[in-house]
Design a protein around this ligand. Structure first.
Ligand code: ATP
Length: 331
């Protein structure tokens, strides 16, 4: 998935992560809500409610989880849904938590079912029932846990079961960043990396970052290389434009998958309407990936709409691909 971080990217990202709520750009609403909640918890000297963060990859969910721990002055423990295959895996993690600790559970919608059920009591009463033995002779031994705060992250909160969702006291919906916010992210990253980035350069890269800070930082690395190798080291608007042309980043910043989806929708299916699963097959991707990663951005960019009969390309999508819009498309 293109918006996910490659291993070599993770070390680079770690250096650019905002360290507290003030350094965290954008997401004003979530930031304000969290800030009030954390201050309340600090005042009471108790861990805050469990937090669910939902939104497409690369928008800062992991960064926010780290910031929550940082702002509370407590350690953070990180794991992910796919890493918890059995209930025992979760018991081991939960019983090792120290009082007040933040547990970050990425991709929480992918946690195994028995582990999820165990999580209910853990979240609600800070207790787990460890089952010993099998069948009629099995006994459940209750274990008390240290009070903790669970921060769950998911690309789609709709994939969570009701009982799990209900146990979060706060849900923050992360949305794509606008160009001005991304320009701020870029300016900050450039400062940390010692890259000379002009305002025009920042605006140019921001506009092609697909609303996503991770992608903004990634593009900054590419234009920095270009500026150093082919220009005088300064990332100006012209330098950014020339660099991004070489790397095939189009004016809207669509990535390979976005373009493939749009291309299939417009050229193979005449603009739709077409069902999501048909579209996913046409681009050789999982339905979930198309729905969680590509579609939200195409919707937001006004290139695609969802109708009862399926996905439909907008006139802007035809224009973006260099085709004549079809007038009856939205009918
Ligand atoms: P994933 O779900 O794929 O793990 P994520 O939503 O957890 O992604 P992060 O890993 O937190 O995203 O963010 C990716 C990178 O983007 C971080 O290294 C950070 O530098 C940058 N970033 C994200 N959000 C912000 C922000 N609001 N301000 C500044 N930088 C940000």
């Amino acid at each position: 998935v293109s918006a996910a971080a490659a291993p070599e990217e993770q070390a680079f990202e770690a250096g650019l992560r905002p360290k507290n709520l003030d350094e965290f750009v954008g997401q004003r609403k979530v930031r304000e809500q969290l800030s009030i909640m954390l201050e309340g918890a600090r005042g009471r000297g108790r861990p805050p409610d469990h937090v669910l963060l939902s939104g497409p990859p690369g928008l800062g969910k992991t960064s926010l989880a780290m910031i929550i721990a940082e702002e509370l002055g407590v350690p953070l423990r990180m794991t992910s849904g796919p890493a918890i295959e059995r209930a025992g895996d979760l018991v081991a993690i939960l019983t090792a938590l120290t009082p007040g600790e933040v547990l970050f559970l990425d991709e929480i919608h992918r946690i195994a079912r028995p582990a999820e059920e165990l999580l209910y009591a853990a979240m609600e009463d800070f207790r787990v029932d460890v089952v010993l033995g099998k069948g009629p002779g099995a006994t459940a031994i209750p274990l008390d846990l240290a009070p903790f705060t669970l921060v769950g992250a998911t690309t789609r909160s709709g994939l969570l079961t009701g009982p799990l969702r209900d146990r979060f006291g706060f849900t923050g919906h992360m949305d794509f960043y606008d160009a001005a916010e991304l320009a701020l992210v870029l300016t900050r990253s450039a400062r940390l990396l010692g890259v000379q980035l002009t305002e025009g350069g920042a605006v140019e890269v921001a506009g092609r970052s697909r609303g996503t800070p991770r992608i903004a930082n990634r593009l900054l690395r590419r234009v920095r290389d270009y500026a150093e190798v082919r220009a005088d080291g300064v990332v100006s608007r012209e330098v950014a434009r020339a660099a991004l042309r070489i790397y095939d980043v189009d004016a809207l910043g669509l990535d390979r998958l976005d373009r493939a989806v749009l291309d299939a929708l417009v050229r193979r299916f005449g603009g739709g309407p077409v069902g999501l699963s048909t579209l996913a097959v046409a681009v050789g991707e999982e339905v979930d990936t198309v729905e969680d990663v590509s579609e939200p951005f195409l919707l937001r960019a006004g290139l695609l709409i969802r109708t009862a009969r399926g996905r439909v390309a907008t006139p802007a999508a035809f224009t973006h691909l260099g085709l004549e819009p079809q007038s009856d498309q939205l009918g």
